[in-house]
Design a protein around this ligand. Structure first.
Ligand SMILES: *Cc1c(COP(=O)(O)O)cnc(C)c1O
Length: 377
């Protein structure tokens, strides 16, 4: 484990960086231009195609961090997920979707799958039997999330990657909540890894971006979708994301430690009815997370005694976390996911009593003290 730690910290700083840097610069410059003359290879970089030098530089960094052959950066996390799905599915194809899913992904499938001629079945990511029941000759892809959002579960990931390979499906995983610091899905055989880089990869709550990593051939297909839809990340965004990635390991390890400290505090508190965090031995997927992950992520959900009313009071009483519904940034956030409405796919949703906490990089003692004052201790 300690070897892997050393490697990731080093990778975050040096992965994909040209040595020596351009013009001797330690920081890769921002190529803001949209137009380029053909280089000696005859290729003409163009901004919408993601082939501007700043975009290419970021692609190399992202591929290095996920341990992939290739990567593309996108204008948002949803652009990454939809491009990955489009690269694997055509009209008449079937998708197996395993998990609770980020709301935007649910909304995309609910509003657009039928129009595109895709059919899908929703299955339990922890129950391989449920996948076997729905797989058919026209099934082409398997979609899941490393840590599901908002219910914070960890499915049978190795089983899913193996199942997809066995049936010739493209396996796609949304690794946003875990980050490659915690888990690198390609190491257990996932074909395409997607990120909302708006969250932890950039980490500073000031950029919309996404990423897809995979083999060169698969990323070429994803890029061809992105190029057609025009969803590349711009060079200044690429610079910001590449800069954010430098501190990814440090930020995520601090966030993981903070989430664990808050989870342990809440789990022992008499006014808290339930805490869902894979780092707790009481979590139903703890053994899986312990076997595969290096740390347990920055996000936990919990439910106070006293239901929705108690949850509302608690969220209002916290002083450090912002009451906002994102995750993975340097500042802690707290939100009640049920306030976002019903899940579009009719999946069992969060209850009004559920609170989601995304740990930032503040001091753990300050976060715990804030929860203590909010709970009236
Ligand atoms: C936020 C998020 C997305 C969507 O990302 P955007 O950058 O907002 O498009 C996708 N998946 C997960 C798990 C997310 O948290």
């Amino acid at each position: 484990m300690s070897d892997r730690r050393t490697r990731f910290e080093t990778l975050a700083v040096h992965g994909g960086e040209p040595r020596p840097g351009r013009g001797g610069s330690v920081v890769f410059p921002i190529y803001q231009g949209t137009v380029f003359e053909a280089d000696t290879g005859g290729e003409m970089p163009y901004i919408r195609l993601g082939t501007n030098p700043s975009q290419r530089h970021l692609h190399g960094r992202l591929a290095a961090l996920e341990g992939a052959e290739a990567a593309v950066a996108t204008a948002s996390g949803m652009a990454a997920i939809t491009a990955a799905l489009h690269s694997a599915l055509g009209a008449g194809d079937h998708l197996i979707a395993a998990g609770a899913f980020y709301g935007g992904t649910q909304q995309f499938l609910a509003e657009h799958a039928e129009r595109l001629g895709w059919t899908f079945d929703l299955v339990d990511p922890g129950d391989a039997e449920s996948w076997r029941k729905v797989v058919r000759p026209d099934t082409k892809a398997f979609l899941t999330e490393t840590i599901t959002n908002p219910d914070i579960r960890v499915g049978d990931l190795a089983g899913a990657a193996g199942f997809a390979r066995e049936h010739g499906l493209t396996s796609i995983i949304d690794n946003t909540l875990a980050t490659p610091v915690v888990f690198q899905p390609h190491t257990i055989g996932f074909d395409l890894v997607c990120h909302s880089a708006t969250k932890a990869l950039n980490g500073h709550s000031d950029l919309s971006a996404g990423a897809v990593t995979g083999s060169r051939a698969r990323i070429e297909r994803v890029a061809s979708v992105l190029n057609a839809y025009g969803a590349a990340l711009d060079p200044h965004g690429a610079f910001l994301l590449s800069r954010g990635l430098k501190t990814l390991a440090l930020r995520v390890r601090q966030q993981n430690a903070n989430a664990m400290a808050v989870a342990e505090y809440l789990a022992a508190h008499e006014r808290i009815a339930q805490v869902s965090y894979p780092g707790l031995a009481s979590h139903p997927d703890h053994d899986r997370a312990a076997a595969w992950f290096d740390g347990y992520g920055s996000v936990l959900s919990f439910r106070p005694v006293g239901g929705a009313e108690a949850a509302e009071v608690l969220v209002k009483s916290l002083r450090l976390p912002y009451a906002a519904s994102s995750l993975g940034g340097v500042e802690s956030l707290v939100t009640r996911p049920a306030a976002g409405g019903h899940p579009p796919l009719g999946l069992p949703g969060p209850s009004g009593a559920d609170i989601r906490f995304s740990a930032g990089i503040e001091g753990a003692a300050d976060l715990v003290a804030d929860f203590a004052q909010a709970l009236g201790d």
